[in-house]
Design a protein around this ligand. Sequence first.
Ligand code: NAD
Length: 348
Amino acid sequence: MTLGNARARFGCGIRHEVGAELASLGAGRAMILSTPEQADMALEIAADLGQRAAGVFTLAAMHTPVAVTEEALAHTLSVGADSLVAIGGGSTIGLAKALAFRTDLPQIVIPTTYAGSEATPILGQTENGVKTTLSNPKVLPEVILYDPELVVSLPRRMTVNSSLNAMAHAAEALYARDRTPESTEIALDGLKAFVAGLPDVVADLSDLEAREATLRGAWACGTVLGRVGMALHHKLCHTLGGTFDLPHADVHAVILPHAIHFNAAAVPELLAPMARLLGGAAPGPAIWDFGVAIGAPVALRDLGLEERQIGRAVELSMEKPYWNPREVTPEGLRSLLRNAWSGNPPDA
Ligand code: NAD
């Protein structure tokens, strides 16, 4: 299947097709990338590739630090690699994208979380504690291999939060200012895949059929993230995660029902299909019920935010204005964050 420039293939054991995919790209010497925790997965790919593995670099890290990219770049150039293979979550894929941005080498990525970075031309990088983001066609991977067997080791909490993070991209795509009929269709496909597959994954983390269904959701949600702009939910999560050092995917899981409920007051017709998919009357409460049923975190206080920090979060969120379908006021934000901090449902 192809959307844009990336080719996506799904299936148990599809990771063993890396050699064939390299050949179809006209490449023969791949640099294989992973985090230290997933070095065994990288070594399995290297063993599969034999002589076609030019090197293995297992130091990928969260938020794509430029210093790590420079070390990986030196290694990649020194062994004469002509292609990149990333196996892992958004951090490893971020490193492949950073190398592709600097070298234009083709990328084959094998995602092992639901974050969706593999399907976007977006690269976020960190230098001296500052994160900057760019969008460039060179950054979009050429081939994506989704192998459900690699995702079964993703722990329950990360499975739930990473999925809700992906669903948040699709939810905000439904009301994006630059949405198109096609982006809306992709967003709804992504949400549908998670609604259908995630409860089965949570019931049995090794359910390969349900894991594949949710990976299809990740692909759709990542694709739509690469096509349209995000709004309140994402801006708020970035402020909370960045300023108060809260876990990124967990914050997404907590904020999603509240942000959707807030915006549903302005664009009920755009969010109605999401409520219908979830089997609820209103989208905010419906995604809340879905999250609770699969064990998602519901309170910012449980993630480490202190009550007195709500005021600072409101101030920071108001500092840089951005487009949102409903006007964001300090009072509105405070009320949203109070609910999310306490663990109340969004319509409480
Ligand atoms: P991650 O890649 O940081 O992985 C978290 C940890 O889980 C790592 O230690 C990793 O090795 C481990 N892990 C991953 N898959 C596993 C598996 N199947 N089994 C066991 N352990 C596994 O987490 P993430 O949430 O995928 O990525 C987050 C990063 O991706 C952030 O930096 C975020 O900004 C970025 N991101 C970028 C985009 C984009 O379009 N540029 C989109 C989404 C996320």
